[in-house]
Design a protein around this ligand. Structure first.
Ligand code: NOJ
Length: 829
């Protein structure tokens, strides 16, 4: 276009007139000279800037037309406080000239997309050029253990974005790529470079972490199962956990694409969580038949496995009873070659894979199928990860709800190991409420139950959709409901995960939207959807108001359609009201809040129909809210946050570790100069100190549970949180006891003189167990547990009878736990 482009926002009438004039000229004015004009352009049209770094320059240029010769004065509109430019505007640019502009973003600027306009004027002429500036988070400077202020975005790498077409059909694993994206079991081209190329989209959404599907090298030939050819596009069928899959990186299986992604994510304040499957290698009945490699060298053959006890795999039937602890841990999940973690080479292989990922910058792990891996071994896996450096772990313990038969096992697993869990009970309740229109009490009851059972409910990892479940929109195709579910999840206690594409309302309802139809191609990256903006707002709120990360939860008003939830951390409060009804407005009377008396606007800026409320003065943190009507399909968020005046402790991570390891205390008001961290009465060595985060070394104290508090430099001391100091580094140990004179209906437990075995307590809640019957035996029992490396321990077994009474073994056995690898001890009762 030759003529100047006027600024829509400023001169809509002029545009209209000028357009008419131009078309008039063009239509019949042959030979008439056109008036001079200019066009202002900005290249590129979008820029990503992280605090502390300077952007790549945006090049402004003024193109003159029809003899224009003046100087254009360019101003910049829409620049929020905290973003500065070099040079400062307005800037004169002469006809035919240009100007490079760089941006600097302060750390206080909220993450997100800012629509700016360069506006050029010269006399009566004008031209505008738009620029989208995306402000990301500050670069990640250190590994984190406290993820409670994070919002995680889950990506199935193969289905997100194709950033490198050269890896689509690699020579070592040809024929598994479908360019038409119609074969749902083949690779579609998404890769690590693709995620990196969408960094602006991710940063603009405000998310602070990505969870990527397993990047490990997967089988090179498809598994032909029941006549269908399956490629491992999802990443759960590893052939070599020590290198990167060629479809996601490069054909030499190097770490380059992974390292580049991590560097780009970290530069923009986004942490990288890797999905890691320790349960299995790959299908034992097709493809590569379970075979596993170590950096390209043969490591384990399922089909030619040594005899026990040197077997690298378990060769048991497929799990049929998902409530049977023996089947869960030692049987085969579907047809996936089940690794024998109690074999030293396998133990080393898996732990070194995790450590290597950490060395490549991985910030946290989503541990696949933790219910199906040996539970005690996983305690030692968590410890191995924490030994390698600060990290965050959360596991997939797939469960229907809090009355599921393995729910209490999941609670014990998480509380003892320090591994957080994906919150399946809450996800199922949320899906029931928002898709099936169930009563909000289902969510409320689930929160109550879990909050009283889990040691750290704020560490539960919440989700609404996942790559294993039909998307909510496939269950009930109503975008309002998805928005409402996300808004509640993002306000709720726990670390929220948003599944890729939910913010684009992606769904495919074939076969009820079940896998693989929930793993759609990410077809759009528009930033204008309500869900994208909602995630941005709530992710920023999680950074600015500690109530979301660390707060308590209190239901303040409920009926079948309405839920009003309050989160509170000292003086920080977030109150969210949701009405999921299609048609009914509800009068909200008798609502109380901890928000101080004042008027509060909707933090979501009416994105979902929200409005202001008036809080009046009451007593004891119960302030009455002036009654209001909550219309159908409305979400409103009211919040307040004030700087802490004394230390407020919200988080410890990890919660379980031995002396010498690094732990992080998260919270508010710690002050800028270092004070103390008190582990019981012992002062820990402080490694780093900021107002909201302190890292310290776990001191050499007697193993046990301690209250930890943060003491500010001036002496003010925070509330305390519990922390378990282990005896030492953990190794897995199999305890077996033979000839047990079992009383009918009794369970067998093991106790011992170390914290890990219950400090000799003969009670089911402190000791380790119940033990499982050794396969094929009638009186031999065993358990895979975790014990302090190198310790000389005394241990004993006991029975808990059905009436709760105890039958002790009566003697103690001695055992020297190995200092590395795995241990095993078998004794006679
Ligand atoms: C659970 C994962 O989420 C699922 O997608 C996978 O197929 C199985 N575990 C086996 O790895």
């Amino acid at each position: 276009m030759r003529h100047s482009r006027h600024i829509d926002a400023i001169l809509p009438v002029a545009i209209c007139c000028f357009t008419l004039l131009v078309s008039g000229c063009g239509g019949g004015g042959g030979g008439t000279a056109l008036p001079p004009s200019f066009t202002l352009t900005a290249t590129p049209g979008s820029v990503l800037v992280s605090p502390g770094s300077t952007s790549i320059p945006v090049q402004l240029s003024v193109q003159a037309a029809d003899g224009f010769q003046g100087t254009v004065s360019v101003s910049l509109q829409g620049l929020p406080a905290g973003i500065t430019t070099s040079p400062a505007f307005p800037v004169p640019i002469s006809a035919g000239g240009g100007q490079a502009v760089t941006f600097t973003v302060a750390g206080t600027v909220l993450r997100g997309n800012y629509n700016l306009t360069f506006a050029g004027t010269s006399g009566t002429l004008s031209s505008g050029a738009p620029l989208v500036l995306t402000a990301s988070g500050a670069p990640v400077s250190a590994a984190a253990q406290d993820f409670k202020r994070q919002v995680i975005y889950q990506i199935v790498t193969d289905r997100f974005f194709d950033g490198d077409s050269s890896n689509n059909n690699p020579p070592q694993s040809p024929g598994m790529y479908d360019a038409t994206k119609t074969n749902w079991q083949f690779y579609w081209g998404g890769d690590l470079a693709g995620i990196q190329q969408q960094m602006t989209y991710l940063a603009g959404m405000g998310i602070t972490a990505i969870w990527i599907s397993p990047p490990a090298d997967n089988i090179d030939v498809p598994a032909n199962l029941s006549g269908t050819s399956y490629a491992p596009y999802h990443g759960y069928w590893a052939r070599d956990m020590q290198q990167i899959e060629e479809h996601f990186g490069d054909i030499n299986n190097t770490w380059t694409a992974f390292d580049n992604l991590v560097a780009a994510a970290h530069q923009n304040g986004i942490r990288v969580i890797v999905d890691f499957a320790a349960n299995h290698s790959n299908p034992n009945d097709g493809g590569e038949f379970g075979a596993l490699f170590d950096k390209g060298q043969a490591f384990a053959s399922y089909q030619n496995d040594p005899a026990p006890p040197n077997n690298l795999f378990h060769h048991n039937p497929t799990i049929t009873n998902f409530n049977d602890p023996f089947q869960l841990q030692y049987y085969t999940l579907d047809d996936l070659a089940d690794l024998n973690q109690e074999n030293t080479p396998v133990d080393n292989y898996l732990k070194s894979a995790v450590v290597q990922l950490m060395q490549h910058g991985t910030d946290g792990f989503r541990l696949d199928a933790v219910k199906d891996v040996t539970w005690g071994w996983e305690y030692s896996l968590a410890n191995a990860a924490f030994n390698a450096g600060p990290t965050f772990l959360y596991g997939e313990w797939d469960i229907s709800g809090t009355s599921d038969p393995t729910y209490l096992d999941s609670v014990e697993f998480s509380n003892r190991s320090g591994i957080a869990l994906l919150d399946f009970p809450l996800a199922n309740a949320m899906r029931d409420v928002f898709a099936n229109n169930a009563d909000f009490h289902e969510i409320d009851n689930t929160l109550d139950q879990e909050d009283s059972d889990f040691a750290s409910p704020n560490d539960l990892v919440t989700f609404v959709d996942s790559h294993d479940l039909p998307r909510l929109l496939s269950l009930y195709n109503n975008q309002d409901r998805l928005n409402e579910a996300l808004a509640l999840q993002l306000s709720c206690r726990g670390i929220p995960v948003v599944l890729y594409g939910d913010e684009q309302y992606l769904h495919n309802d074939t076969n009820g939207g079940n896998d693989p139809y929930n793993r759609l191609w990410m077809s759009s990256f528009t930033t204008s959807t309500t869900a994208y903006q909602l995630v941005n707002l709530m992710a920023n709120l999680r950074q600015t108001n500690p109530a979301l990360a660390y707060g308590t939860s209190q239901q303040r008003w409920i009926n079948s359609d309405v839920y009003v939830l309050e989160r509170q951390f000292f003086n920080d409060v977030v109150l969210i009201g949701v009405n999921k009804s299609e048609a009914a407005a509800y009068n909200i009377t008798g609502l109380f809040t901890a928000l101080a008396p004042a008027s509060y606007t909707d933090y979501l800026n009416s994105l979902m129909g929200g409005f202001s409320i008036q809080v009046n003065s009451g007593t004891n943190g119960n302030n009455p809210v002036t009654a209001f009507s909550l219309p159908p399909h409305t979400v409103s968020v009211w919040q307040s946050s004030s700087p802490a005046t004394s230390p407020e402790l919200g988080s410890l991570g990890p919660r379980v570790a031995q002396a010498g390891l690094t732990a992080t205390a998260g919270g508010d008001g710690f002050g800028s100069s270092p004070g103390m961290v008190l582990v019981g009465t012992t002062a820990a060595t402080v490694q780093s100190w900021s107002d909201s985060s302190v890292t310290f070394t776990v001191p050499s104290v007697q193993p046990g549970t301690y209250n930890i508090a943060v003491q500010a430099n001036g002496g003010a001391t925070s509330n305390s949180l519990p922390f378990v100091v282990l005896t030492g580094k953990q190794v897995p140990v199999t305890f077996t006891v033979n000839n047990v004179p079992l009383t009918v209906g009794a369970s067998v437990y093991v106790t011992g003189n170390v914290l890990e075995l219950g400090n000799n307590a003969q009670s089911a809640s402190s000791a380790v167990g119940p033990l499982l019957l050794v396969p094929g035996a009638s009186s031999s029992w065993f358990i895979d547990a975790s014990a302090p490396a190198g310790a000389q321990i005394q241990f004993a077994f006991f029975q808990v009878l059905s009436d709760g009474s105890i039958v002790p073994e009566g003697i103690f056995h001695s055992y020297g736990v190995p200092s590395s690898g795995v241990g095993s001890i078998s004794v006679t009762w």
